[in-house]
Design a protein around this ligand. Structure first.
Ligand SMILES: [Zn+2]
Length: 125
């Protein structure tokens, strides 16, 4: 963006994580490998490591952060599904993890929130 004299961008750039419109250049953040751009609020919300993981996940499987209603997410369902897949040898551990994280993120739950909820859930077992 060296030769861009205008401060606003009008070509419909959307955040690679939450699909928010990005209109101002100072709100853009370039991810390292993929040609994704993320908004300032996602930049604040996620660590660099998370951003790479999330951008790759949506790049590969589609969807976006918060696509589904958070209230429709049940951690026990996710854990049971995860365990069933492994038990039935449907998919390997890596794929089960990828599927789980995709579900978590499309429901608008940050990795930090999920890990906190997961540790509470595990303590109760
Ligand atoms: Zn965003």
């Amino acid at each position: 963006m060296i030769n861009a004299p205008n401060f606003t961008i009008s070509n419909g750039i959307k955040c690679s994580i939450c699909r928010a419109d990005i209109k101002e250049r100072h709100k853009m953040y370039q991810t390292s490998l993929k040609l994704g751009v993320i908004c300032r609020s996602c930049r604040k919300c996620f660590s660099d490591e998370d951003i790479e993981m999330i951008v790759n996940l949506f790049f590969a499987f589609g969807g976006y952060f918060g696509k589904f209603d958070k209230s429709e997410f049940y951690i026990d369902e996710v854990i049971v599904e995860f365990a069933d897949q492994l038990e039935n040898r449907e998919i390997n551990l890596h794929s089960a993890n990828v599927k789980m994280w995709h579900k978590v993120l499309t429901h608008g739950i940050t990795p930090q929130e999920f890990l906190e909820e997961l540790s509470i859930y595990i303590e109760q077992i």
